[in-house]
Design a protein around this ligand. Structure first.
Ligand code: NAD
Length: 263
């Protein structure tokens, strides 16, 4: 079978959870090189070693970078391009949850921290990826010059039932959908395809403690499928959005939520 995806993938948040699972899905489906970017250097190394051991034919390099820092983001794109010659797929997945706090009790510092990583971090990486992809040759009608997938959330298009106090996270994830749609339209004719994914609850370290303690059981009860997503159920959707199988999708915010938004 022909590989689903080719070339080099740049994945932020690549050390853990959805980013790591996406790296593995890419390795299983034909990618040549993975550039894993994350704030957590030691977790990055462990993930790199695990993927290298499983997929010896795939080149895996790691870059300890804060996606909210403009100079570091621009520098890492240059390093990856120097090493691999280009970037065919960019996955902007790095994110933080932020402490649940109602607006009247939230400090500007708390707000800004989540906005910096989840919103500005995605835009900085998207900008650097677009600048790079514009320099690349198109690879055909379905492949184009490159593909970008941004990881938003169900909180980026609405939200599950119940009182949630994460205004910073919700605002940032809506913004991710916004810059996805705007830039998707702006760069589609340049051969750069941009989409977002909006997962529901996913069993990853970001909410691992709450899942273990049972604190999220009421949310899972409200989810038609009755459980959080296994991480592979999200990375498979990212694989689809990154591959030529989704070549006519542009500016989509693909909801993968076990049905919770549509009760
Ligand atoms: P995770 O905690 O397993 O992974 C997030 C990764 O991002 C971590 O490795 C972390 O070190 C990295 N990171 C955090 N801040 C960073 C920064 N400033 N620079 C670089 N890397 C940074 O969690 P996950 O569930 O895999 O989350 C991935 C994305 O999915 C996030 O954007 C999150 O908001 C989104 N998401 C998660 C869920 C869920 O229920 N797990 C649901 C919807 C959306």
């Amino acid at each position: 079978m022909a590989p689903m995806i080719k070339g080099t993938a740049f994945i932020t948040g690549g050390a853990s959870g959805i980013g790591k699972s996406t790296a593995i899905a890419f390795a299983q489906n034909g990618i040549s090189a993975l550039a894993l970017v994350d704030l957590d250097a030691s977790l990055l190394e462990a993930t790199r070693d695990e993927i290298r051991a499983q997929f010896p034919l795939v080149t895996v390099e790691t870059f300890a970078v804060n996606v909210a820092d403009e100079a570091s983001v621009d520098a890492v794109i240059t390093k990856v391009v120097d090493q691999f010659g280009g970037i065919e797929i960019g996955i902007n997945c790095a994110g933080i949850s932020g402490t649940p706090t109602p607006t009247h009790l939230m400090s500007l510092v708390e707000w800004q921290k989540v906005i910096d990583v989840n919103q500005t971090g995605v835009w900085l990486c998207q900008r650097a990826l677009i600048r790079q992809m514009l320099k690349q040759e198109t690879r055909g009608v379905r492949e184009g010059r490159g593909v970008i997938v941004n990881v938003s959330s169900m909180f980026g298009v609405g939200g599950p039932p119940g009182p949630f106090s994460i205004p910073h996270y919700t605002a940032a994830k809506h913004a991710v959908v916004g810059v996805t749609k705007m830039d998707a339209k702006a760069y589609a004719r340049e051969g750069i395809r941009i989409n977002a994914i909006c997962p529901g609850f996913v069993d990853t370290p970001i909410i691992g403690e709450q899942i273990k303690s049972g604190a999220m059981n009421p949310q899972f009860e409200m989810t038609p499928i009755g459980r959080p997503a296994h991480v592979e159920e999200i990375s498979d959707a990212l694989l689809f959005l990154s591959s030529p199988m989704s070549s006519y999708m542009c500016g989509a915010a693909l909801v993968v939520d076990g049905g919770i938004l549509f009760r």
